[in-house]
Design a protein around this ligand. Structure first.
Ligand code: MD6
Ligand code: FE
Length: 203
């Protein structure tokens, strides 16, 4: 049996198909108002392979010049991010175990070639409140390690409707997405994977 790092919770199949479909509809409405943009690595400007947008009062963005940060406006349209859908707030309040409310929901869209390198979520001022992630669409291979780069890692599959909570000792764990498994879900008409991460940013 695989023993996950302390503070990491994987909740397979938390959302049933009907709730996954409702959430996809809510995210489509977010994307209609706040189009997906191409994030760039700080300094090099190298484009990341995922497409991103956000909802909530703050959104996580990155570009060559200004790097990783949270801001209240969409980097391309300059408009405020759409409100966080009620379903996501309900989910947060059911699972996060904190009274604090999430300010940002980062929406990552993966085509079948997209990946996410090992990283820590550490651009938040609040590094105590857990980060909650929701997977929709095609499955992926998720990798997680400890809080030091270069340590041991383990991998497991995330399916549509699964949740991951990174809290406690795993709040700063390195994690990433090694690959997408194409055609493993019929949730998204054109395939691909959506990952939502809900975060508390300000203390
Ligand atoms: C993904 N997830 O599943 C990438 N971050 O596509 C994350 O980067 C992540 O799953 C913080 C907490 C949970 C996560
Ligand atoms: Fe992350």
């Amino acid at each position: 049996m695989q023993v996950l790092p302390k503070g990491l919770r994987h909740i397979p199949g938390f959302l049933d198909r009907a709730r996954q479909e409702a959430l996809v509809e809510a995210i489509r409405a977010v994307v209609a108002e706040a189009p997906l943009f191409v994030p760039e690595m700080p300094r090099t400007g190298k484009p990341m392979s995922v497409r991103m947008t956000n909802c909530g009062t703050l959104g996580w963005v990155t570009d060559k010049v200004r790097g990783y940060r949270y801001q209240a406006e969409h980097p391309v349209t300059g408009r405020p991010w759409p409100a966080m859908p009620a379903m996501l707030l309900d989910l947060w309040n059911t699972v996060s175990g904190t009274e604090k409310q999430p300010e940002a929901c980062l929406v990552n869209f993966y085509t079948e070639e997209a990946r996410m390198g090992l990283h820590q979520d550490r651009d938040e001022e609040d590094l105590e409140t857990p980060v909650l992630s929701v997977s929709l669409g095609d499955a992926c291979l998720f990798r997680v390690g400890g809080t030091a780069r270069g340590g041991r890692t383990q991998s497991f599959r995330l399916e549509s409707g699964d949740l991951v909570v990174l809290g406690g000792e795993s709040r700063l764990a390195f994690h990433g997405v090694d690959r997408i498994y194409p055609m493993t879900s019929g949730l998204l008409k054109n395939g691909g994977r959506i990952n939502l991460t809900l975060r508390r940013v300000r203390i």
